[in-house]
Design a protein around this ligand. Structure first.
Ligand code: ADP
Ligand code: MG
Length: 321
């Protein structure tokens, strides 16, 4: 009960402190900016990941004197990577919520689609806006889209944008304290190596698929508010090893569809049953497995810096080949 009140109070506090960011006409379509309400408490599990983020992002902001004594300032960048649908975007929002910061979500595909000359200006504007509204988290999703295109014209265009991003990240080191940049990618091995140098995206954080208890949390979250028969979600979580958060979301959608069809046939509301969920989970397979197969290739044959040893360790510990 008091737990609940605390949470309400926190949400109120966040709402009251909400700063509205104003964007110029061009930036508006590219960036969503807001103050997320999610915090780490909403992210199931991922304790190692949270700890790393606390150490690098959150504590330096909360105890600046202590960290300054060691020459560390609040700010910087990190890169989240891992199989699709396992909470990278979710986690980035929660970081902003956790430090009560503004959150700017950059869809890189949208920026890349712009005219030459415009996209790098926009990128610069975004970093300017972040500085004016600190603390601020800039989240660059689909980072691998950058520099990954085939044709020559595009490649040149992308190159300019990569260089602009490098400049912004380097600038961040000198005077952008309290501006945080989080990048996310499913394919870190395709990333332009210049982006991985010290002071840029040199902190790589592996975001693994949810473990059993996290799967149960995610299922509960996705089923909340729907008509339900008595359910044993522990059982479903046991049977969905390696499934991503997004896979679990899909299972719930499939089960909803079946229950809905049944309702249309009978003419009354038919709750989602254990059997609906079970069947739905049997019909889907974990989409993380392909990712692990690819990651293993890179980790085994071209991982000169041992960046992906953690992935191999995870695979071993979780019975993945
Ligand atoms: N650890 C987690 N706790 C709660 N929800 C999660 C977790 N991991 C994934 N999800 C849910 O799964 C979905 C996909 O997550 P997302 O962050 O978009 O994945 P990614 O960015 O890694 O592709 C989201 O709807 C999110 O709510
Ligand atoms: Mg994402």
């Amino acid at each position: 009960m008091s737990d609940h009140n605390d949470r309400d109070e926190l949400a109120d506090r966040r709402r009251n402190k909400l700063k509205v960011l104003h964007f110029d006409k061009d930036g508006k379509d590219l960036v969503e900016s807001e103050k997320p309400d999610e915090s780490f408490a909403d992210v199931g599990g991922l304790e190692d990941v949270k700890k790393k983020i606390r150490m690098n992002f959150i504590l330096p902001l909360k105890q600046p004197e202590l960290f300054a004594a060691y020459g560390k300032e609040a700010g910087g960048s990190l890169l989240l990577y891992g199989p699709p649908g396992c909470g990278k975007t979710f986690l980035a929002r929660a970081v902003a919520g956790e430090i009560d910061a503004n959150f700017m979500h950059i869809e890189l595909q949208a920026i890349l689609g712009m005219y030459v000359g415009q996209s790098e200006n926009n990128l610069h504007d975004i970093f300017e806006k972040a500085r004016e509204n600190k603390p601020c988290v800039i989240f660059i999703d689909e980072l691998d889209a950058m520099g990954g295109s085939r044709n020559q014209m595009r490649q040149h265009h992308d190159r300019i944008l990569v260089n602009q991003l490098l400049m912004e990240l380097d600038g961040l080191r000198t005077f952008n304290d309290q501006v945080f940049v989080i990048g996310a990618t499913n394919t870190p091995w395709y990333l332009d190596s210049a982006l991985r140098r010290p002071g840029r995206f040199n902190h790589m954080i592996f975001v693994p698929p949810p473990e059993e208890s996290e799967r149960e949390t995610i299922l509960k979250l996705k089923l909340a508010g729907k008509p339900l028969a008595p359910l044993d979600l522990t059982k479903i979580s046991k049977e969905t090893k390696h499934f991503s958060g997004a896979d679990l979301e899909q299972i719930v959608k499939d089960a909803v569809e079946v229950a809905l069809e049944r309702s249309l046939e009978t003419g009354d509301i038919q709750p989602i049953s254990q059997d609906d969920l079970k069947k739905a989970s049997k019909q889907r397979k974990a989409t993380t497995l392909d990712w692990f197969a690819t990651a293993k290739n890179y980790a085994t044959f071209s991982d000169v810096n041992q960046d992906y040893q953690i992935v191999l360790d995870y695979m071993k510990a979780n019975g993945l080949k």
